[in-house]
Design a protein around this ligand. Structure first.
Ligand code: GUN
Length: 298
């Protein structure tokens, strides 16, 4: 079997196009421009690349991007003060504080200080609880993107055996909640899971969010399964490539898994582009809700 490659780049571009159309309608009919504040503390190069890409895509979707860059020495009180300022600003519909934060700042305190209505990351305890309770919520972007991609490979996710490897608050736990809401039978595996291989081999849908390059191998995969690779790992280039060059690989050994799986997301070009597209969708949804307008039908 050769897996169908789920083209996250194209699916994300399509979603961004729909959000952009809805943003243009919002401006035409209501005079509103959704705004998102992206806060970056310190100088993590990977975070800087994400934040630059996010701001570009926000502007391309017709939204207003407010970038706030703070030094690595910023105190918790200073960041809390900025969050308070953004909460109070009516031009800001969404607030994203890029993680990780420097060690002197408690990220839980910062997340809890964000107005839940502006929490476009879906990390605030109120949104986490609403998602777990099956209530409408702002939901985390990467998990939302994973489920959208999985749905392109299945008429329905109901009844599927889904295995999530990884239990982070950013991906593992929320993607498990979203899959439960789709009526999948969900198991969350992690570093202490006993028979990880046996568990994965029974999965109709496997979500790999481990953070270890190419850990998921072909013999972990049930023939025909759908595999969603959340990993973004920078590794040294292979022989034959230019010395000193690095490349990005996922948590899944792509070439060998593609020979067994039914459908597979590539890295790059799979989940990554969906995260930003879902951030735009969440910002649009937040702007509509804050202005008493119905949720856009996307
Ligand atoms: N760092 C890595 N992924 C994310 C994300 O989805 N949101 C935020 N705020 N920080 C991140």
């Amino acid at each position: 079997m050769t897996a169908h490659i789920i083209d996250g780049k194209t699916i994300a571009a399509d979603l961004r196009g729909k959000v952009t159309d809805a943003v243009h309608r919002l401006l035409r009919d209501r005079g509103l421009v959704p705004g998102i504040a992206v806060v970056l503390v310190g100088e993590n190069p990977a975070s800087e690349v994400y934040v630059r890409t996010k701001s570009k895509m926000v502007a391309a979707a017709g939204m207003h991007a407010i970038d706030r860059k703070l030094p690595a020495t910023t105190s918790e009180a200073e960041l809390l003060a900025l969050v308070g300022e953004l909460n109070a600003d009516p031009a800001v519909n969404g607030i994203l504080v890029q993680l990780p934060l420097p060690p002197q700042i408690d990220s839980h305190k910062i997340i809890a200080a964000i107005d839940p209505a502006k929490d476009v990351d879906g990390f605030h305890p109120l949104n986490v609880g609403r998602l777990a309770s099956g209530l409408p919520a702002l939901v985390p972007c990467t998990p939302l993107g994973c489920v959208m991609l999985a749905k392109t490979a299945h008429v329905s996710l109901a009844g599927l055996d889904a295995v999530v490897i990884g239990r982070s608050n950013i991906v593992g736990k929320p993607v498990a909640q979203l899959l439960l809401a789709e009526n999948a039978t969900v198991t969350v595996a992690h570093s202490k899971t006993r028979d990880l291989l046996g568990l994965c081999r029974r999965a109709d849908l496997l979500i790999a969010a481990i953070g270890r390059p190419e850990m998921v191998r072909a013999d972990w995969i049930k023939p025909g399964a759908t595999v969603i690779d959340v990993g973004i790992n920078r590794v040294a280039g292979q022989e034959g490539q230019q010395a000193g060059k690095s490349r990005i690989v996922g948590d899944v050994a792509y070439a060998e898994v593609a020979a067994v799986a039914g459908a597979l997301t590539p890295v790059p070009g799979g989940v990554g582009p969906m995260t930003i597209a879902c951030l735009l969708l969440n910002t649009l949804r937040a702007a509509c809700a804050q202005n008493g307008l119905p949720a856009p039908s996307i």
